[in-house]
Write a protein that binds this ligand. Structure first.
Ligand SMILES: C[S@@+](CC[C@H](N)C(=O)[O-])C[C@H]1O[C@@H](n2cnc3c(N)ncnc32)[C@H](O)[C@@H]1O
Length: 356
């Protein structure tokens, strides 16, 4: 970006002196780049120098003149939360300033440690300063709980709302972070799974939320049928909206209800692939996933939270045993990996299983 500004024009041999003086007088515009020609230097100014300032300039830099010129604006260096809050929080509390936050559309979600709870609004305002696209800052006010996997929030700065529009992997989602589960930290996983789906498949997304697996799959695979189930009426309404918004309503079929009930009553033996992103409880739904699979078998994407000393090998073992109870068996695990850290020493692990 460029801007026309009043400036001091001086011969190059007076450049350093003129710049030091303009800085000392507080009249140089530091947001603009100084310009140089073969023989001259141009120092952008914040305003026309006062009489006494002009006198000082004339005294110390004899050969200068005031003129106007087009200058390039300097790139603003991005400040961290810590830098913005420096000197505003007691120094001994600075270590509690959060280093990470989640951004969902124009909403920032931040965990504020109890030690700096009293400064919550100050931290919120600092987030608005450091993240120009953020309009509302929400502080986590509870853990994620209940069947719908929700948490409570308090608005600490900006607009008082929990709804936003979020873009991920080329899709657009309406989200209400207070009424539906949503994590931007799963965007790679959504894409990883979507990229495995083949043309002609039928997919069952047992815990679909607002649709980040289902909608994306239908966006990247043309000949696909996705049954997207969720228990939460708010998620179901947003899922329908997101299907329309992303023009996949002819391939994604949102269904409101309990996954066990829906599979047993409507979707027995239809799926080539089942997605089970409900890490706390997915193991309880392995029989449901197996019932949804076609008789010839298919792929199940299973998720769990694993805390040391538990391991991915134990998870495979648990999963295999649950599959065997249904009369099927795991042929192979093509993928087993921690996909994100969820707490100290705790990870969300994705396990892909080929089931016969
Ligand atoms: C962890 S969220 C995952 C949402 C989505 N797949 C994503 O990646 O953002 C789990 C979802 O499962 C839904 N859920 C919980 N129990 C369910 C059940 N018995 N049947 C169907 N959906 C359920 C919740 O409402 C929630 O939206």
């Amino acid at each position: 970006m460029s801007k026309t500004s009043l400036c001091i024009e001086v011969p190059r041999n007076y450049g350093q002196k003129a710049l030091a003086l303009a800085n000392k007088l507080g009249i140089s515009d530091k947001t603009l780049e100084i310009q140089r020609s073969e023989r001259k230097i141009f120092i952008p100014l914040l305003h026309r120098p006062e009489k006494n300032e002009l006198a000082t300039l004339r005294e110390q830099v004899p050969d200068f003149r005031l003129t106007t010129k087009v200058f390039i604006e300097k790139k603003q260096e991005k400040k961290t939360l810590g830098e913005v809050l420096q000197n505003r929080l007691p120094p001994h509390l600075m270590t509690f300033v959060p280093r990470a936050l989640d951004i969902v559309g124009d909403i920032a979600i931040i965990g504020i440690p109890t030690e700096i709870k009293a400064y919550e609004n100050l931290v919120g305002e600092a987030v608005l300063k450091t993240h120009k696209n953020v309009r509302a800052v929400l502080a986590k006010a509870s853990a994620v709980t209940g069947s719908y996997r929700l948490r409570e929030f308090s608005v600490t700065a900006g607009e008082n709302r929990t709804t936003t529009v979020y873009k991920e992997n080329g899709c657009t989602y309406h989200v209400d972070v207070a009424k539906v589960y949503f994590s931007p930290r799963l965007s790679h996983e959504h894409m990883r799974v979507a990229s495995l789906v083949q043309e002609g498949e039928t997919v069952v997304d047992l815990f679909a939320g607002v649709g980040p697996f289902s909608v994306l799959i239908a966006k990247v695979v043309e000949d696909v049928k996705v049954y997207a189930v969720d228990l939460n009426p708010a998620a179901f309404e947003l899922l329908k909206k997101n299907c329309r918004l992303n023009r996949v309503e002819n391939r994604v079929f949102p269904i409101l209800g309990d996954a066990k009930h829906i599979i047993e009553n409507k979707l027995l033996g239809v799926a080539d692939r089942v997605i089970m992103n409900l890490p706390e409880k997915a193991l309880e739904f392995v029989d449901t996933a197996c019932k949804a699979l076609k008789p010839a078998g298919g792929i199940v994407h299973h998720y769990e939270f694993i805390r040391q000393p538990d391991s991915i090998e134990n998870m495979k073992q648990r999963f295999s045993e649950a599959v065997e109870k249904t009369g099927r068996k795991v042929d192979v695990f093509p993928f087993a990996k921690a996909i994100r850290e969820t707490a100290p020493y705790e990870w969300q692990v994705a396990l892909d299983a080929k089931i016969l």
